[in-house]
Design a binder for this molecule. Structure first.
Ligand SMILES: [Zn+2]
Length: 319
């Protein structure tokens, strides 16, 4: 447990996911607020309850929960809280928490479509779609948040929309001391995956998660952040420096992709296999997201182009 000031306490909750523990934050403002709730696992609930007891608090004491995004290591635990605990979050959480049959069907069709464009073999397309981040929740977001909102009972913090890692992602910035509660937007040791999700609106082809993620990081560069309290791992004291470092590393990776395309024009799946030869079969959803991200990025820079060949995109360098 780390203490920042009288108002913010950091709790570390175990998760069954590869990422390890997740951080949730207790904020004692005018209202008692929890930012993220940990996973919906018996162990998660036990550790959460125990850590709160150490602070003299009960799960039932909380007035409100704010979700940074919908992933199950952050949002799953909302089901432990009583009805009167108000859940705040971005509107884009809802489809993943409700996980209706209609949304599952649209997910299926989305991955089928993207899989075809990238030339993912038909028998592998299904494994791109493992409802990553989705699970049927008993609860959903009750009060929707968007850019610039202040949350009642949590004065001083402002909502910053930071889509990229998830379409639902927000962070909370306190201007008075520069504290950023960042969710998974920026992590100390790991670079967060911008994950491919279906579009929110039918009029949009699909989100470009890495380009979106980079824009959201640039937003953070404009804020005087003194300390980032992140969703996993340690606090980040040199936020802007880490962002610039990550930008440079990601650009370097993208240039490797460009070099692959200099050899010959290729499909997205061919690039994915070269980028992740050991894990692409096991982690197709994540590795395809990463690949698509780098290809979108290079396209945005004008370094490469794609050509539709009977529904399959062939990527090549721009000469
Ligand atoms: Zn996440």
């Amino acid at each position: 447990m780390t203490r920042y000031d009288a108002e913010i306490e950091k709790l570390s909750i175990p998760t069954p996911y590869a990422v390890g523990d997740v951080n949730v934050y207790v904020i004692k403002g005018e209202a008692l607020t929890l930012v993220d709730a940990g996973p919906r696992t018996p162990e998660g609930k036990e550790v959460l309850a125990k850590s709160l007891r150490d602070l003299g608090l009960l799960i039932s004491d909380f007035d409100q929960i704010v979700l940074t995004h919908h992933h199950p290591d952050h949002a799953g635990g909302i089901d432990f809280f009583p009805e009167q605990t108000n859940v705040f979050g971005h509107a884009n959480n809802q489809r993943w928490l409700e996980l209706t049959d209609e949304f599952k069907e649209s997910l299926h069709l989305f991955y089928l479509g993207v899989g075809k464009e990238l030339a993912v073999p038909e028998e592998m397309v299904a494994s791109m779609n493992n409802y990553r981040g989705g699970y049927i929740s008993k609860r959903t977001v009750q009060t929707l948040l968007q850019e610039g909102d202040e949350i009642p009972g949590l004065s001083g913090f402002q909502v910053i929309e930071t889509p990229g890692h998830a379409q639902s992602h927000i962070s909370l910035f306190r201007e008075s001391d520069g504290v950023m509660i960042g969710g998974d937007h920026l992590l100390d040791k790991i670079s967060p995956n911008p994950i491919l999700e279906p579009p929110i609106s039918q009029d949009v082809y699909r989100p470009e998660p890495l380009n979106q993620y980079n824009s959201s990081l640039r937003k953070w560069l404009e804020l005087p952040i003194s300390l980032t309290l992140s969703g996993h791992g340690d606090d980040i004291s040199d936020t802007h420096e880490l962002i610039r470092h990550n930008f440079a590393r990601q650009h370097g990776r993208a240039m490797q992709v460009k070099q692959m395309l200099e050899v010959k024009p290729q499909t997205g799946f061919e690039i994915c296999k070269q980028l992740f030869p050991r894990v692409y079969e096991r982690e197709l959803g994540l590795t395809i997201s990463e690949t698509v991200g780098q290809l979108d990025y290079l396209e945005l820079l004008g370094e490469i182009k794609k050509e539709d060949q009977n529904g399959i995109y062939m990527y090549s360098v721009n000469s």
